[in-house]
Ligand binder design. Structure first.
Ligand code: SF4
Length: 340
């Protein structure tokens, strides 16, 4: 029997953050000048990550996504990937990256056993990229995507956070670019999670609006009916191109959410919006066995009732979710710490 939470959602997908550091400063995630970082000595070693994963897999986790911050900043990441890929219980091993460091690492990641890769790409325009990320690394990102496209991954996806007045006029160019790279594009609604201190409701381009704009260009499209807990709904354009929309803000999908997150210092979060989590590092370092951790995980998941995006949708959203002073007090509230 799979382990179910209070809404009968199984424990299945685990997002593993391997670092809270990032080499970009995206406007929707890290817009501030200064950040408080997790103490280095608290970061889980690869061995500790493996030990925690081994406590999750007997309870149903078979999909793992490595995240950050920017996961490619973590030294020797391929070593962790090889160790996770060697575990038969893990059916799907994926990674989300901003792509800046991807070119030199793409082949090693694939050779280590990484199945799938997702690259964030919010614009094809160099000046916009500079404004959005405070770096001039668009060429590196595009080069990294090119490297990933020829490295032999089972799938390559591109994720675009759509922000009104910033990149919402690039839906079609981004779709065409993704097509040229044989990648599947997923548009993500701008979310008011912790760290998104510049979020406003007006800046959100809804799924409905995106679909209308895309249809106006390409003609009628089909919705692909899929039985999946994946966050994106997928669509088929008349030319055979598929793409996805992740509508976490206007049409959340908490009812089927089987995702949880582990921060780089071992705090397990049941929801992207969770205010607090369960520290797994402390018991692990205090000598807890795999069975001890399993019992803890089981006890926590079985009473999970999180549905953060749905609750947020029903609230008055005139202010940002977490005030900056709270973010400075607790780095675990930041999206870049909890793996996006
Ligand atoms: S808001 Fe929380 S419960 Fe809802 S889909 Fe996101 S992670 Fe899952």
């Amino acid at each position: 029997m799979p382990l179910l939470d209070r809404f009968s959602r199984p424990l299945r997908s685990l997002r593993l953050s391997v670092t809270d550091r990032c080499n970009l400063r995206c406007q929707y995630c890290m817009p501030e000048q200064d950040y408080v970082w997790l103490p280095r000595e608290n970061l889980l070693t690869f061995e500790e990550i493996g030990g925690i994963v081994d406590a999750f897999t007997p309870l149903g986790v078979d999909r793992i996504r490595l995240t950050g911050g920017e996961p490619l900043l973590r030294r020797d990441l391929s070593v962790l990937i090889a160790s996770l890929a060697a575990r038969p219980a893990i059916a799907d091993l994926a990674l989300t990256t901003n792509g800046v460091l991807l070119r030199p690492q793409a082949r090693a990641l694939r050779a280590a056993g990484l199945h799938r890769i997702t690259v964030s790409l919010d614009t094809l325009d160099r000046e916009r990229f500079r404004g959005l990320t405070r770096t001039d690394d668009l060429a590196k990102v595009l080069d990294g995507i090119d490297a990933a496209a020829s490295a032999g991954f089972a799938s390559l996806k591109l994720d675009t956070v759509v922000i009104r007045g910033i990149n919402d006029d690039e839906l079609v160019p981004l779709l065409e670019y993704a097509k040229s790279m044989r990648a599947e594009l997923r548009f993500i609604e701008y979310m008011d999670v912790g760290g998104a201190t510049q979020w406003t409701a007006n800046a959100v381009v809804s799924r409905r609006e995106m679909l209308a704009r895309i249809e106006a260009h390409y003609g009628p499209m089909l919705t692909l009916e899929e039985q999946s807990s994946a966050p994106a709904d997928r669509f088929l354009l008349p030319d055979g191109t598929t793409f996805g929309i992740i509508s976490s803000t206007t049409e959340p999908f908490c009812a089927s959410c089987d995702r949880s997150r582990l921060t780089a210092d071992g705090v397990w979060l049941l929801c992207l919006y969770a205010a607090t989590g369960t520290d797994l590092r402390r018991p692990l370092r205090a000598g807890a066995s795999r069975e001890d951790l399993q019992r803890l995980i089981e006890a926590v998941w079985s009473v999970r009732a999180d549905r953060g995006a749905e609750e947020r949708l029903s609230m008055d959203r005139q202010t940002t979710l977490v005030p900056i002073r709270s973010l400075k007090r607790d780095a675990h509230l930041e999206m870049h710490t909890r793996g996006g």
